[in-house]
Design a protein around this ligand. Structure first.
Ligand code: ADP
Ligand code: MG
Length: 309
């Protein structure tokens, strides 16, 4: 008998979020846009990580797929035991309601304008069948966690932008999802307010163990997360990892790595490609403990490349 089912890696050995060679193609009448082209990403349960990258690099596409708001075209993507490529529409609705929380950049998109902070946090719970009392208790607890219990009776227009985003985080966590996603949640905030919002994410991550993925342009996020993954052209390209280097007596250091996918592909950062004049081919040489990458045509020895001609 021929089996047509794909064989995913067993859940036990996969990371919590596991994406492999993921593609998303948007088709309109005139053109096709490849928004994700072979993206690999692993996120461990309980991790708080950030995704950065130029506009158009595919960050929102990835986040929308993780949120169950959009479906991938090909490849693999799992969240826990769930296969987001084959999940049925009914299952996706359940997933969006119970298993993932989402915070948008536009403060106005996260909250219902004519409801108070507390009512905003209660609504998703009541829709899921909680009693008024249960919803009120949990809403108060969540508002306390994000520091907004004193403003529980304020409507969104009576809150600052940063406060609205903190309420939005409480709304996203109302049904206690294991995964929290945020797409440029501080894009409309000044840097100090942004930092307050990031610190709420960090505190919730540490206190509740919720896994958090934040897309941002804000470079200061590096100080707040375990790992920053950069995207370029629909793929992950580099990773910044923060760790303690006790042995070298340096305390905390941030190291940058190139991502190597399962086929051994890596992206050479644009600055290095430009600096060495690497075209469509490069020479590779294996040394004892590293690989050397050189341009196909070595620059002549009469001075730097930019002075020749
Ligand atoms: P980012 O969030 O990094 O700015 P996006 O994921 O929004 O990037 O977009 C990636 C690419 O996909 C862009 O070229 C964008 O124009 C295209 N794209 C995104 N959404 C759609 C859509 N619904 N239809 C067609 N093209 C889209
Ligand atoms: Mg975006």
């Amino acid at each position: 008998m021929v089996s047509h089912t794909r064989e995913p890696a067993p859940a036990a050995v996969r990371a919590y979020i596991h994406s492999e060679d993921l593609f998303k193609i948007y088709k309109t009448e005139e053109l096709e846009v490849v928004a994700l082209r072979g993206l690999d990403l692993q996120v461990e349960r309980g991790e708080m990580m950030a995704i950065v990258g130029a506009s158009g690099s595919g960050k929102s596409t990835l986040l929308n797929i993780l949120a169950g708001l959009d479906t991938p075209s090909a490849g693999k993507i799992f969240v826990g035991a769930r296969d987001l490529l084959t999940t049925t529409d009914d299952d996706l609705v359940r997933y969006r309601r119970q298993e993932v929380g989402f915070v948008w950049q536009q403060t106005g998109r996260n909250l219902i304008p004519y409801l108070t902070s507390q009512q905003n946090v209660e609504v998703p719970m009541i829709l899921e069948g909680a009693t008024r009392k249960q919803a009120r208790r949990r809403a108060e607890h969540l508002l306390e966690q994000v520091g907004l219990l004193p403003k529980r009776r304020n409507r969104p227009e009576q809150l600052s932008g940063g406060e609205q985003q903190r309420v939005a985080i409480a709304v996203a966590l109302s049904n206690d999802p294991p995964l929290l996603l945020a797409d440029e949640p501080t894009g409309e905030l000044d840097s100090q307010t942004a930092d307050e919002v990031f610190s709420v994410f960090r505190q919730l991550n540490e206190e509740t163990g919720v896994t958090i993925v934040i897309v941002t342009h804000d470079r200061s996020i590096t100080q707040r997360v375990d790992r920053v993954v950069a995207m370029r052209d629909g793929r992950t390209s580099t990773e910044l990892v923060r760790h303690m280097a006790f042995s070298r007596g340096q305390g905390e250091v941030i190291e940058e790595f190139a991502v190597v996918d399962r086929s051994g592909r890596l992206q050479i950062p644009r600055e290095m490609v430009d600096a060495l004049g690497i075209g469509s081919r490069a020479r590779l040489d294996l040394s004892e403990d590293h690989v050397e990458v050189r341009p196909e045509h070595p620059p002549e020895s009469d001075g730097p490349r930019w002075k020749r001609r």
